[in-house]
Design a protein around this ligand. Structure first.
Ligand code: NAX
Length: 330
């Protein structure tokens, strides 16, 4: 039985009327996002077309009688939604429609994430932490961060924890070793098919993964499977990842706030220049949560294969940054 011990934390969820939002809400209300003793005020931001979905979810939250849930507010106003926010989960975004070019997609999402970043800058609590889930997640996070000049930039992150968890799942299935005995896996770069799932420093049951698998399996099966897992899920279940995406979002925030549970993870955050990634690009790195802050794991040696794979994904991020700069979104 949990006993609430803290004053409420304000969590804002955008896209709360959507699929991932629905899966996230019940885990947040159950105390899995922040911990079993933390009470939560939920603010749900939707566009007018999604308000009914968010309101329906709010009714169900009421019916869940969650002891840790203080209140639920549904709004289509970003200013109201981010007022006093401590944790922002930016899930709502504009999906790519038929015939839509990538530039159109970036522009449509810039129109969402720029104003949301500005509203966070103006209204959120001083300890605001942001995770962007809505795609293209890394560049959406970059846009939001650029519109929040008063917020330390490392408070803006994008989700690559799902890719990280997918990598752990694939390794576990291949080696017959539980995920809890894995360490040192990294997702580098963009949350896209160019991402680099890297096991060069990984161990499974204490043994280096490189001693347990061969190069061909890594290059031809593991890396493409992890990088394209989202498409595989769509093919098999007929719609995109929902429960696993919500679960990874919970993992990301829980570790950020409460500290690492033993091993490093993967987080997309504004580069400080580490590993040659141009400063400011929101790129995935190996990271540990220390005293409530993400710290990039330093000093890893990168072989030629890793270097070229990271460079390819980072080049894609740099192109996206140029495109949104060209559109006047930064
Ligand atoms: P849904 O289409 O089910 O839900 C999206 C919701 O966002 C809708 O209810 C919509 O009304 C709302 N929305 C749109 N614009 C908004 C705005 N300006 N403010 C507030 N709400 C807004 O999509 P869902 O399956 O929930 O996926 C959400 C996003 O997550 C998509 O962009 C998707 O591509 C992305 N994903 C990211 C992943 C990651 O690992 N980073 C993995 C899963 C997922 O693909």
């Amino acid at each position: 039985m949990s006993t609430a011990t803290s004053s409420p934390i304000t969590v804002t969820l955008t896209g709360a009327g959507g699929q991932i939002g629905y899966a996230l809400l019940f885990r947040i209300a159950a105390g899995e996002l922040l911990g079993p003793n933390v009470t939560v005020r939920l603010k749900l931001l939707e566009i007018p077309a999604g308000i009914a979905g968010a309101e329906g979810a709010a009714l169900e939250l009421q019916d869940g009688a969650f002891p840790l849930l203080d209140s639920v507010n549904v709004t289509d106003s970003a200013a109201a939604a981010f007022d006093g926010t401590n944790v922002a989960l930016l899930v709502g975004s504009r999906p790519r429609g038929p015939g839509m070019e990538r530039a159109d997609l970036l522009a449509a999402n810039g129109a969402i994430f720029g104003p949301q970043g500005a509203a966070i800058n103006e209204h959120a609590a001083s300890d605001i932490r942001v995770v962007v889930v809505g795609n293209p997640a890394n560049t959406n996070a970059l846009i939001a961060q650029a519109h929040a000049p008063d917020v330390p930039r490392e408070r803006f992150t994008a989700l690559t924890r799902l890719d990280h968890n997918r990598a752990l799942g694939q390794l576990s299935a291949k080696l017959g070793i539980p995920v809890r005995d894995m360490d040192g896996v990294t997702i580098w770069g963009n949350h896209s098919a160019t991402q680099y799932p890297d096991v060069s420093h990984a161990t499974a049951g204490g043994t280096p993964v490189r001693d347990l698998v061969d190069d061909a399996w890594l290059a031809n099966e593991f890396i493409p499977r992890v990088a394209n897992r989202g498409a595989e899920i769509i093919e098999v279940r007929g719609s995109s990842s929902v429960g696993s995406a919500a679960s990874a979002t919970v993992d990301h925030v829980f570790d950020w706030v409460n500290g690492q549970r033993g091993r490093w993870t993967s987080v997309a955050l504004p580069s400080d220049g580490s590993y040659g990634v141009p400063e400011g690009l929101v790129s995935s790195f190996p990271a540990e949560s220390v005293d409530g802050k993400w710290r990039i794991v330093q000093g890893l040696e990168l072989n030629a294969f890793s270097t070229s794979r990271i460079a390819a994904s980072v080049a894609e991020l740099a192109t996206e940054r140029e495109q949104v700069q060209g559109l006047g979104l930064l």
